[in-house]
Ligand binder design. Structure first.
Ligand code: PLP
Length: 452
C-alpha cells in the first residue's frame, strides 16, 4: 500500500459524537458547587451554558446525535485528510509507519472549530445573543469568532496578554470575523482591574482570561460563556476527529499501535483517541495512548488529582482533574494553548485509570520536531502540535531501536502560520527550556480547595 493521503467523502462526516463517559471503567466524579461542595445541579450551569450543552456535559449516553445544521457547517472543511508521513519516516530511518490526522485545514487553522460550531449553534438556537470566551494562542478565539459569525452571534474575547503581544494577527483574524478582542488581564472586568492594580505587567494566563470571560457572561442578559477545552461536551464534539481517523485507518487496513496527541486542556487528544478506546478497554485491541504536555506546565506529570477551580479567581465550579493549582502561573512559553493549570476530567480519569500515558517535553525539543516535520512533510505545525510531533518521533525512534514495524498515529491539530514569531525565536536561538518554578507550584498546590 503506497497511499500517502486518505480522503473520506462528505457523507462520511460522523452523524453522532462518541461519549467516553459511557465506557470508562470507573465513573467520572461530578463537578461540585464551591460553596456547598454538593454535586452541581444542571440548573446551576445554565447561567453560563446552553441547555443542550449542559445535557451533553452530564450525559452518560454513548452516542449523541450531531444536528444536521452542525454537519452542514462542518462540511466546509470536514472530513479532514489522514496523511502518511513518509518523508519523516525516511528521515528517522524507522521501520514504523507514521500516520497523522490533519486538522489544520479548518477555516481557523485547527481542531477548535469542531466544538466552536456546535456551541454557537446551540446558543443561537436557545436565543443567546453574545458569547464570551478566553483564548491562549488564539486558535480557540478565532474559532469561536468564526462560528459566531456563522450563527449571527456577537463574540467577546479575552486573549492572554503574552499571546496577544506575540501573535497580533490572531487578534486580526478574530476582528475580521466580527469579534471584539481584549488583552487579558484587561480593564473591562473587576477581575482584570484588580490584577492590573497589583501588577501592571502581568503576562496573563488562561485561568485569568477565563475569570474575565465568565464575569462578563454572568453580568449580562442573553450572554453565555463558551469554553474551548476541558469540559466533557467540548471533548465530545472533538470525537469527529477520531471517528473519521478510524474509518481512514480501516481504508488502509491498519489499526494504530500507539496514538499520540498534545494536551493543553485535553480536547484534541481526547477527540482523536477516545473513539479507539472502547475496543482497547474490552481487550479486543491493543493500543497505547500517549499525551504530550510541556515541561513548563506539567499538569498530568507533576499535578495532583483534586477538586479545583477552572479559573484563577474562583468563579467556576470545582472540577475533579489533574491540576497545578488554579493560582499557578506558567512561564510565558511560545505554546500559549498548553499553558493551562488543569486538565479535562475525562483525560485525567483515563490517566488515573491507567489507559493514557502522559509525558512532558521541553519547548526546544518541540520546535526541533516542528522544524524536522516542516522540512520533511511540508506543513508548518502549530507550536502546540509540535509536542505531538515530538511524541511521535520518540515512538518512531523506539521502533528503530527495537526493529519494530508499528503503526504510529498522531493528531496534527493545527498549523503554525500565525506563530511565526515563535519559529523566528527558535531559529534565532532565542528560545530556552523554561522550567516551572517548584516553589510557585508547591504554593499553588497548597491552596487547593478542601473537598472531602
Ligand atoms: C493548535 C492547538 N492545539 C492544542 C491546543 C490545546 O488545547 P487542547 O488540549 O484542548 O486540544 C490548543 C489550544 O489553544 C491549540 O490552539
Amino acid at each position: 500500500m503506497n497511499d500517502k493521503k486518505i480522503h473520506l467523502r462528505e457523507r462520511d462526516i460522523p452523524d453522532h459524537w462518541y461519549n467516553l463517559a459511557a465506557d470508562l471503567p470507573n465513573a467520572l466524579q461530578p463537578p461540585r458547587n464551591p460553596g456547598s461542595l454538593e454535586p452541581l445541579r444542571p440548573e446551576e450551569m445554565t447561567p453560563l451554558f446552553a441547555e443542550a450543552l449542559v445535557e451533553q456535559e452530564i450525559s452518560s449516553e454513548r452516542w449523541i446525535p450531531i444536528p444536521e445544521a452542525v454537519r452542514a457547517a462542518y462540511s466546509v472543511w470536514r472530513p479532514t485528510p489522514m496523511i502518511r508521513a513518509t518523508g519523516l519516516e525516511a528521515a528517522l530511518e524507522t521501520p514504523a509507519e507514521i500516520w497523522y490526522k490533519w486538522e489544520g485545514v479548518s477555516p481557523a487553522g485547527s481542531h477548535k472549530p469542531n466544538s466552536a460550531i456546535p456551541q454557537a449553534y446551540y446558543n443561537a438556537r436557545e436565543g443567546v445573543r453574545r458569547l464570551t470566551t478566553e483564548t491562549g494562542a488564539g486558535q480557540w478565539g478565532s474559532s469561536l469568532s468564526y462560528a459566531c459569525a456563522q450563527f449571527g452571534l456577537a463574540c467577546h474575547i479575552y486573549m492572554v496578554r503574552v499571546s496577544f503581544n506575540q501573535k497580533p494577527y490572531r487578534a486580526s483574524m478574530m476582528r475580521t470575523w466580527g469579534a471584539t478582542v481584549h488583552p487579558s488581564p484587561s480593564d473591562q472586568t473587576e477581575t482584570g482591574k484588580r490584577i492590573l492594580a497589583e501588577d501592571r505587567d502581568n503576562n496573563g494566563s488562561l485561568g485569568i482570561a477565563i475569570s474575565e470571560a465568565v464575569e462578563e457572561a454572568l453580568a449580562g442578559e442573553d450572554v453565555h460563556y463558551a469554553l474551548g477545552s476541558v469540559l466533557n461536551h467540548v471533548l465530545l464534539h472533538q470525537t469527529v476527529v477520531g471517528q473519521e481517523f478510524r474509518k481512514q485507518m480501516e481504508m488502509v487496513d491498519r489499526w494504530p499501535d500507539v496514538m499520540v496527541g498534545c494536551v493543553g486542556g485535553g480536547s484534541n487528544f481526547g477527540g482523536f483517541a477516545f473513539p479507539f478506546m472502547s475496543e482497547v478497554l474490552d481487550g479486543g485491541k491493543a493500543t497505547r495512548f500517549v499525551a504530550v504536555e510541556p515541561a513548563a506546565c506539567p499538569t498530568l506529570t507533576r499535578g495532583r488529582i483534586a477538586y479545583d477551580f477552572g479559573d484563577t479567581v474562583g468563579l467556576t465550579p470545582l472540577i475533579r482533574m489533574h491540576t497545578l493549582g488554579s493560582g499557578f502561573m506558567p512561564p510565558g512559553i511560545h505554546t500559549g494553548g498548553l499553558r493551562y493549570h488543569g486538565m479535562a476530567p475525562l483525560v485525567s480519569a483515563a490517566v488515573e485509570q491507567g489507559i493514557v500515558e502522559p509525558i512532558a517535553i521541553g519547548q526546544l525539543d518541540a520546535f526541533a520536531a516542528g522544524l524536522l516535520f516542516a522540512r520533511t512533510e511540508g506543513i508548518v505545525p502549530a507550536p502546540e502540535a509540535n509536542h505531538a510531533v515530538h511524541g511521535a518521533i520518540l515512538e518512531a525512534e523506539r521502533c528503530r531501536a527495537e526493529s519494530r514495524k508499528e503503526v504510529i498515529a498522531f493528531n496534527l491539530c493545527g498549523h503554525g502560520h500565525m506563530d511565526m514569531s515563535a519559529y523566528d525565536a527558535y531559529l534565532g536561538n532565542q528560545l530556552q527550556d523554561v522550567p516551572h518554578d517548584e516553589q510557585a507550584l508547591a504554593l499553588a498546590l497548597s491552596h487547593l480547595p478542601k473537598v472531602g
